[in-house]
Each structure stands twice: as C-alpha cells, then as structure tokens.
Design a protein around this ligand. Structure first.
Ligand code: NAD
Ligand code: TDX
Length: 339
C-alpha cells in the first residue's frame, strides 16, 4: 500500500522541527515532506538524526514561490498539509513588516491554491492566540474560538489575514481545513530571539536580560510536545472547517518566567534589566482549550516540569544556540537592545 504523504511547511523551525520528529516517531506509516526556505530561523542540524530515514524528505523552497509550489504539489499529490512556515517574531514585524506580509499572507494563499489544485484531505493551518488581540488582567477571561479577531501587531495582523484566507477556501471551495490557535510555546530548539531561550542563554553567560516595560504582561505557556500532540489530533479527528484553540492553563507574568530561569540557574535577579516597552505590547493572553479537550486532547506538561527540562536541554545543547547567538543574530540583537 502507498504511504500517505504529509507536507510540513516550516519543518526546519522551532515547532515544525519538533513536529517532524514527533510524526516520524508516532506515525512511521507516513512519508513526511519538510518544506522550508531556511531563513534565519530555520536550520537542519536539528534533523541530523532523521535525515537518513527513507520516509523523511527535505525540500528547500519559499512558500510564496507560486511556480515551484504548484509544480511540487502536482508532482507529489500530498494527502495532508500542516502549515507552520511563517515569519514568527513580533519584534521583527514592528521593524520590518513587509516580509511578514509576503510569507504569512501571500505564502499561505499560494499553498491554499496548490492544495486546491489537487485533492488534499486536510489542510491544517497553524495560527496563534495573538490574532484575538489582548485580554485584560482583570476580570479573568479567556480566548475562545468565538472571540473576535483583533490583531494588534503587524505579525498578528498577517496571521489573522492568513486565517481568513484559510476560512474562505473552506467556505468558497469546500476545502477540508482546520485552523489551530495556540498560546506561547516553549521547549527544545526554540530560537534564542524569543523570551525563554533568550533568557536562558543570557543568564547562562551572566548577561543582562531585557524585560519589556514592567514585566507584568502575561503569556500562557505550552510545551511544544503538547502542541505537537494537539495538531496530530486535529489533523486526524478535527471536524473540517473548525477552529481549535490550544493551551494548557499555564499563565505566568514575564517577570515570573525570567526569575524562574534565574533561580534554576542559581544566578541573581540583578541580571534583570527593565527596558522600554514593546510598541503595542499585548497585556495578557490566555486560552480556553475546552473544544480541543472535548476532542480528546490532554497536555502532559505543567510549566514547572517543562521549564526545568527545557533549561536542562539548553545546558546540554549549548553548541546549537551558541552557534546562533554568535552569528548574524548578534547584529540583530545589538540593533534591538542597548544593554
Ligand atoms: P520559527 O520562526 O521558529 O520557524 C519558522 C520556519 O519557517 C523556519 O524554519 C523558516 O525557515 C521557515 N520559513 C519562513 N519563511 C518561509 C518561507 N517563505 N517559505 C518556507 N519556509 C519559510 O517559528 P515557530 O515558532 O516554529 O512557529 C511556527 C508556526 O507556529 C508559525 O506559523 C507561528 O505563527 C505559529 N505559532 C508559534 C507560536 C510560538 O510560541 N512560537 C505560538 C503559536 C503559533
Ligand atoms: O527580550 C524580550 N523581553 C521581553 O520582555 C523578549 C524577546 C520578549 N519579552 C516579552 C514580550 C512578551 O510579552 O516576553 C513575552 C514573550 O515574548 P516573545 O517570546 O517574543 O513571544 P510573543 O511576542 O508572546 O509571541 C510568541 O507567542 C505567540 C511567538 O513569538 C509568536 O510566534 C506566537 O504567535
């Protein structure tokens, strides 16, 4: 019997990379095609241990390159698409929004057209809770799938645009789709521009950690493995056309997160440096995952266990992040922060 083919876009990045490993382990009956442009955020060293597998394939391509993407779909006739590829960093979208529109909006439309041109059984679009905008600190309310979209950053505006495009291909053409909206992920291979890996790498090196504003903004943290299991479930069991929120009720202030990392690494809080706030900084994100739980999903990690394991992972894999922070990323960091 022919193996089913799953196209994973952005499989050289943080979440897509973990998802590729997760799927090869959990579903050896599938052929996994990882399509990635290898931008600054993508690297294949995380796949050294799987690249020889006969059911893993890598394709270097830009999702907004219509000609290449259309002919690839025609040739490979993918059964499923799980779409992670995106420009993902809010701060970069504030300084340079254009590439976000090209990749996140145009790239998604090209993939939708390509999937429509063959028969794809399911197109899962990986989105974010940031499309809902922000919640107040009080009263304690949560994002549900019915919360209106009110994106505040150029990044979240492009993600919301792509969500609407995915929805429209379902409504207009009957394409079988799901949209997932997840809270902040953490875990292995998280790129060091994001709060948790940035803090771990800087505290480890006794360097100051930039905390935006007063550090009271709240994020709802989810271990990347729990995100992977949620997407796997939605891919196989999600009702076509539905949106599923993904989150594990792990709300923490940024200051709490930074202090937890400092304590675990047995360093001192004087490494914290309060810096000017992010423009348009969303106050609080928090997910109500009831709909996904009703589909049978249960996260495995609580934040305390997950963050301890993640710190251990970064200590054991210094080579990976040291090579990143000493390269081109150093220019970005020096432009972004004056510490
Ligand atoms: P990431 O930045 O770590 O990885 C993105 C990957 O996409 C990289 O490998 C990059 O090379 C690739 N890519 C970028 N532009 C491309 C293009 N034009 N063509 C092909 N490949 C391209 O991102 P991540 O944190 O792994 O996020 C993955 C997805 O999950 C994104 O869609 C993001 O919006 C969403 N998401 C992320 C989080 C989070 O906390 N990280 C939370 C919710 C949703
Ligand atoms: O240096 C920092 N200092 C700081 O205080 C950085 C990088 C961040 N922060 C704050 C801003 C946020 O309140 O920490 C919080 C987390 O910031 P990020 O790690 O940049 O994540 P966030 O902006 O919340 O977005 C993330 O979660 C949702 C991902 O990057 C998005 O791709 C995803 O959609």
């Amino acid at each position: 019997m022919l193996k089913k083919k799953i196209l994973v876009t952005g499989g050289a990045g943080f979440i897509g990379g973990n998802f590729v490993h997760y799927m090869l382990e959990k579903h050896p009956q599938y052929d996994i095609y990882n399509l990635d442009q290898l931008t600054y955020a993508g690297d294949l060293t995380k796949h050294y241990d799987i690249e020889a597998k006969s059911n893993y394939h890598f394709i270097k391509a830009d999702i907004s390159d219509r000609k290449t993407i259309m002919s690839l779909f025609k040739k490979e006739q993918f059964d499923y698409v799980v779409h992670f590829a995106a420009e993902s960093h809010v701060d970069r979208s504030i300084t340079d929004p254009e590439i976000f529109i090209r990749t996140n909006v145009l790239g998604t439309q090209v993939l939708l057209d390509a999937a429509k041109s063959i028969y794809t059984s399911k197109f899962v679009h990986v989105s974010t809770d940031e499309v809902y905008g922000e919640l107040d600190f009080e009263p304690t309310t949560y994002f549900t799938e019915d919360t209106p979209l009110q994106p505040n950053s150029p990044y979240s505006a492009t993600k919301a645009s792509s969500d609407f495009l995915v929805r429209s291909y379902h409504e207009t053409f009957g394409m079988p789709v799901n949209i997932t909206r997840c809270s902040n992920n953490y875990g292995p291979y998280h790129f060091p521009e994001k709060l948790i890996p940035l803090t771990i790498s800087r505290v480890f090196n006794d360097e100051k950690v930039p905390v935006y504003g007063d550090g009271r903004n709240i994020r709802d943290w989810l271990h990347v493995q729990d995100h992977c299991s949620a997407i796997d479930l939605v891919l196989h069991e999600g009702e076509s056309g539905e949106v599923y929120n993904i989150g594990g009720h792990n709300e923490r202030t940024n200051l709490d997160v930074v202090k937890t990392i400092i304590n675990t690494l047995e360093k001192n809080d004087d490494l914290i440096e309060f810096v000017p706030d992010r423009l348009g900084h969303d106050k609080r994100y928090a997910i109500d995952p009831t709909k996904l739980e009703e589909l049978g999903w249960k996260p495995k990690y609580n934040f305390e266990t997950g963050i301890a394991q993640t710190i251990q992972w970064y200590l054991g894999n210094k080579q990976w992040w040291e090579q990143i922070i000493s390269g081109e990323y150093k220019n970005y960091f020096d432009k972004q922060y004056s510490l």
